[in-house]
Design a protein around this ligand. Structure first.
Ligand code: 2AM
Ligand code: CA
Ligand code: CA
Ligand code: CA
Length: 287
């Protein structure tokens, strides 16, 4: 794929994310229509679903994949992986085809509670390699973009990681997550304990993508998570890598987007240190 083609995809994703973000912003201070998914902490709103449909329809329109009936968009979803479409029964089938990977609202709980760290995520993979990533946080007015080999930007300004190499001086993002399974929580909080003990501090933004882009711009140094899905970290992953960061499996070795696990850091050295510090790794059921 040529640089010009990648640029075109990035431009499209940016425009579509901006339009989606307007819808999120419009709904942010209004009453939400809310449902729970797997448990009482796993939320979805009508806005999540509406925004995902809007994004998919806009991308189909741009690349001439329009179906006559907008409600039929799920019929040819093979090149789209979106959280709410998967929740609606579509399996995560990630192929070598160009695939848009969409999280319409990352940080739904923040969105529901009017906490501004909430964002629209759009990534593009080609041959299972992430080539474009856009994370737009409409309440914060932050548009993060990244394209393979072309750097990472926030509102058009180049961003880079902190290059922090000393775990003792590092700030690590961690999340409680939305699982309420006792075994997962016990392991998560063992990890939490060790990370607090060995680092300068921990932070929780309530959005996987916001944690990742903050590491990408040097506001904090690492993030480790178990329980994610590909749409939670595909787009922000491109931005992080292009900003000079490293993304690995928490137990070491290359990241696997279907493993539900990720460790990202300002540098490879910090990623490796954090990986070996973590006392146990949570095995998740793969996507
Ligand atoms: P969401 O808002 O799109 O559902 C909160 O912990 C962050 O992690 C959010 O980015 C949330 O995405 C994502 N997340 C969702 N389910 C999770 C889980 N079971 N474990 C960890 N993170 C999860
Ligand atoms: Ca969700
Ligand atoms: Ca998410
Ligand atoms: Ca979501």
């Amino acid at each position: 794929m040529s640089t010009a083609e990648i640029q075109d995809y990035l431009k499209t994703a940016t425009v579509v994310a901006k339009e989606a973000g307007e819808v999120v912003r419009e709904a942010f201070y209004k009453e939400k229509s809310l449902q729970t998914k797997s448990n009482y902490a796993d939320l979805v709103t009508e806005t999540d679903q509406a925004v995902e449909k809007q994004i998919i329809n806009s991308l189909k329109e741009k690349y001439q994949l329009t179906s006559e009936d907008n409600n039929q968009y799920e019929a040819d979803i093979s090149q789209f992986i979106g959280e709410e479409s998967v929740a609606g029964g579509h399996k995560t089938e990630w192929t070598d085809d160009p695939t848009w990977i969409i999280d319409p609202i990352d940080g739904t709980t923040n969105f529901v509670h009017q906490i501004p760290h909430t964002c629209v995520c759009i990534g593009l993979s080609i041959k299972k390699q992430m080539v474009v990533g856009v994370v737009y946080a409409p309440i914060l007015n932050e548009m993060y973009t990244g394209a393979k080999g072309q750097g990472a930007f926030c509102n058009g300004e180049r961003i880079s990681t902190s290059q922090q190499n000393d775990l003792k001086q590092a700030i690590i993002y961690l999340e409680g997550g939305s699982s309420r399974e006792q075994d997962v929580l016990r392991r998560k909080f063992n990890i939490y304990h060790k990370v607090v003990e060995t680092t300068r501090g921990t932070r929780t933004l309530g959005s996987a993508a916001m944690n990742m882009v903050n590491v990408a711009k040097g506001s904090g140094d690492a993030y480790v998570e178990y329980g994610l899905h590909i749409w939670d970290f595909a787009a922000s992953g491109v931005i992080l890598i292009e900003a000079g960061g490293a993304m690995i499996d928490p137990a070491g070795g290359p990241v696997d987007f279907l493993s539900r696990r990720v460790l990202c850091a300002s540098s490879q050295s910090l990623a490796d240190q954090l990986s070996t510090t973590i006392p146990e790794h949570i095995e998740m059921e793969r996507d």
